[in-house]
Design a protein around this ligand. Sequence first.
Ligand code: SF4
Length: 754
Amino acid sequence: MLSTVSATSEERVEFRTCPLCEATCGLELTLKGEDVVKVRGDADDVFSQGFICPKGANLGALHGDPDRLTTPLVRRNGELVEATWEEAFAAVAEGLGPILAEDRASIATYFGNLNAHNLSNLLYNPAFIKSIGSRHRYSASSMDQLPKQLANGLMFGSSLTIAIPDIDNTDLMVLIGANPLASNGSMMTVPNFRGRLRDIRKRGGRVVVIDPKRTRTAEEADLHLAIRPGTDALLLFAIVNVLVEEGLVPQGLERLGNAAQHLAGLDDVCEASADFAPETVAPRCGITADEIRTLARDLAATERACVYGRIGTCTQEFGTLASWLVDVVNTLTGHLDREGGVMFPSQAAAALGGTKGKGRGIAMGRWKSRVRERVEVMGELPISTLAEEIDTPGEGQIRALFTVGGNPILSSPNASRLAAAFEKLEFMVSVDIYLNETTKFADVVFPTPSPLRRSHYDVAFYQLSVRNIANYSPALLPRLNGMLDEWETLLKLTLICAGQSPDTPIDDLDAFIALQLASSEVKREGSPAAGRDPAELVELCEPLVGPERMLELMLRCGPYGDGFGANNEGLTLDKLKANPHGIDLGPLKPRLPEVLRTPTGMVELAPEQMLADIPRLFASLERHDDKLVLISRRHLRTNNSWMHNLPKLVSGPELCTLQVHPTDADAFGLTDGGEAVVSSRVGSVKAPVEVTDAIMPGVVSLPHGFGHGASGTSMKVANALGGVNSNLLTDENAIDELSGNSVLNGIPVELAPA
Ligand code: SF4
């Protein structure tokens, strides 16, 4: 079970995929013994070709961070103290045992953003969740991309069927609510976003950014249109309106060719746009009717064009409608599933299941949250309901919580209520790299290995990639002090939740999970191993265990796989190991209708849930914009809350400032460098003021993920950093009706000098 890699005192160069954001860049690391001497971009990486950002350059600092946990912690007499792994698992069995026996439905799980970057967690979380048997499932998705997944799920039949911009071939890219020069791209896996945007312009194309702020991405664009937060769906509907009214839709459908045969609901969506003429929405959006008409005409007239919406279009009150309308516009302008438009990746591992071209669609509404009766969406409840599910007495009240790779106390709405709720839990277990604002509440904390001491493969992000890529990174260093990898910890917790002794070895359970995977792979239509004996396939993976065995199964049964002998040229894990710079599986290609999993086998352009939510959007036109609103922002050197303990990433000018337009600064008596009190329905914070005309009037911005320094945490650099938690202002009652996603942009606030 222990890693076989060993550290030497000689300098050596290794290559691996950066696990710190969605861009999946290749890194070249120079190691000496256990230490990272140098990190630079891997010039030979087939995807990133040498690109690196400041976060990737600090992977060595994360590896060597003395504040990272290396030993389990167990609460004794109110204090978290170091314990052995055996003691920690025994403490879980003891503390959780009575709750498991009495009411396992009262145990909740929360999975943070880190899980998407972690092979172990993506592969072993499902069994862990299942072993608990509770519907209290929460994740960072419902304060991030859930609206996009829901919209695409309703349109295409699967939450992972996401149409990705063909950025390398497009001539017009319209980005809404996205700042990839800070995020490095999201729901779109693309190293060197800036270089690729510049390439669009070099080949004579154009880039348009629509955002309440003149972001770094907007500064690179040909055109920036400042939009009032939360009005993206109105803007997009007005674009549809122009396309319909000016007779541009048939031209788009003609461009779609055969794909046009697979569209349903075309008349309905066109009809629904009638109330959203540019002149009607312009006063709300802050973008003129002429600008909207020009944008619609440009999209229709450009052979290769795409619209890309991201965090700003999701974390707002019309998140699902806005996400849906992004793809409606892409479709009506003739850019869905077309080169230079948006297309569906075909990734090497985790191929889309089910029958090609038709399926059951996505599941939602199978259960409701207890207090607010919010419906489950694709297996989880909104994070905005977690605090009330803990602090409201009654049957079904949450009594215990697992958190894995997340810091919801800093990242989720009304953080002070959530922190107070965590105090009430009977038992809490965390799996995390740090003792942070969330894990400090746990009764048992399990550490996780350094990113260099575990293997890596981006199962999630190659599904969103602008090229089809496969790249595997083995662990570079042995694990320390008998530390377990996440998959081993998760399997142990799975066994405990299933009622087994904490001393039970994990091997049988691991083999059972692999057999289950093989069983589903051999049944999958189009699998090169279809019809084979699953037990034989598992045997053929020996001596691999754990995530490597699972990955081997997925790769070999996947669309490029060797099918365990069916295609000797096909992919295997060994082939990936022999190609440390990755394997380029080619550009995206049109995939309609085979990617569809809707019950009708059609692209549903007008799902009934969307149509039913339109009156709510229409009603928003009546609002008056006299209230100041808060939006969030991100910085290139941070990733939510968890990179604030690396000195080089947080040095320099203060990152956590309240950005205010000069007009608003004058109106509220604020000065650059002074302090302001920002208040919302749920709380109030004091923040340093940065007066800038980059933000539009009527809007202020705080970055998210700050506010470290709580007692009982051990992130020394982050704790000395200062900064305020913007989620002390965000409101758990503000959600996108369809998805239940948190509204983190467009929060009404009041300002005053401090
Ligand atoms: S862009 Fe993302 S993947 Fe690339 S080096 Fe930076 S953090 Fe790593």
